[in-house]
Design a protein around this ligand. Sequence first.
Ligand SMILES: Cc1cc2nc3c(=O)[nH]c(=O)nc-3n(C[C@H](O)[C@H](O)[C@H](O)COP(=O)(O)OP(=O)(O)OC[C@H]3O[C@@H](n4cnc5c(N)ncnc54)[C@H](O)[C@@H]3O)c2cc1C
Length: 338
Amino acid sequence: MTHELQDITILGAGPAGLFALFYAGMRGAKAQVIDALGEPGGQLTALYPEKYIFDVAGFPKVLAKDLVKALVEQAAQFKAPIHCSQRVVALEEADGHFVLVTETDRFPTRSVVIAAGIGAFAPRRLPQACAAPWYERGIYDRVSSPEAFAGKHVVIIGGGDSAFDWAHQLRDRAASVALVHRSDRFRAHAATVAEVDAAVAAGRTSIHTFHELHDIVAEGDRIVALELKDIKAKTTKRIPADVVLPMLGFVSDIGPLASWGLQLEKDEIAVNSQMETGRAGVYAAGDITTYPGKLKLIATGFAEATTAVNQAFHWVYPEKKVNPGHSSNLAVFGQKDD
Ligand SMILES: Cc1cc2nc3c(=O)[nH]c(=O)nc-3n(C[C@H](O)[C@H](O)[C@H](O)COP(=O)(O)OP(=O)(O)OC[C@H]3O[C@@H](n4cnc5c(N)ncnc54)[C@H](O)[C@@H]3O)c2cc1C
């Protein structure tokens, strides 16, 4: 299907893209956001919905999923559409405007703000063939509701921050938590490792270093145990398991962006201080951008989103100022200039 022509289309509904959507609405632009994932929020929704974030201005701490909820609510004031499950595969030009093309739809737009983060990304899957049939039936690569694991034997595979964070967070809910890792070197915060070590000492958690998944033991349509292989001794052992959480990082792919005539540095878009990408009418914000001193943080993405949107708005309507003025004075919020 072909959608209505918009002034600004934002590629990516992570925090930068969602804030850009709000900002475009505040400027009076017709805007929309498109995302490959099934729901908005980018990395916050896909990778760490239950983690607290401590460095977003104005929030002493905020759960990632709650920040996404607030961003969606803020953008919803202007009733701009959020198109999920739409992976952008091409950027075309037709009739004097751009068209963002997905596998099923076409999104005509006068300007583009790319807020594609680390690209369309997916959790890295367990390489063992025995795991494939159990995804979403006992093996889950993201935790949307920790309560669902209450009273279960949970096995977490991995040695990074996510693995340790979930081992720590699930230790009091689950019947047992086992952490399985191929080495004895962990890529997690020392404080979280220490907390998990304390849970091990208390008998609520176990850590199986130099082990990997060997086989899945099932009864009917549910997992009941895992066979683990000691990669040094080549022996196997069995541990109880109702739920397996592979926390192996993720693979990302900027895919089609590479052929869009943008200034790329590795997998990032080199932008100037106007968030221009090297292609007129196409701007960028958030983790996808690079420039000297770039910090990949939510706070940085918010600021870049305001610049990108204000520049895009001015590109579409050259008679309008780049500077939006202060929101506290804007008529769109029922305020008056003083
Ligand atoms: C575990 C973890 C903890 C973190 N903690 C913090 C923290 O405490 N503080 C902090 O400031 N930052 C933190 N970060 C970093 C922060 O999450 C990122 O800086 C932020 O998500 C970047 O936002 P973004 O909108 O630029 O991109 P993303 O959040 O990556 O969103 C980009 C979106 O673009 C979509 N997309 C990409 N390509 C396409 C395509 N071709 N078609 C359609 N959609 C596409 C993706 O699906 C994704 O939804 C953390 C990151 C991780 C992984």
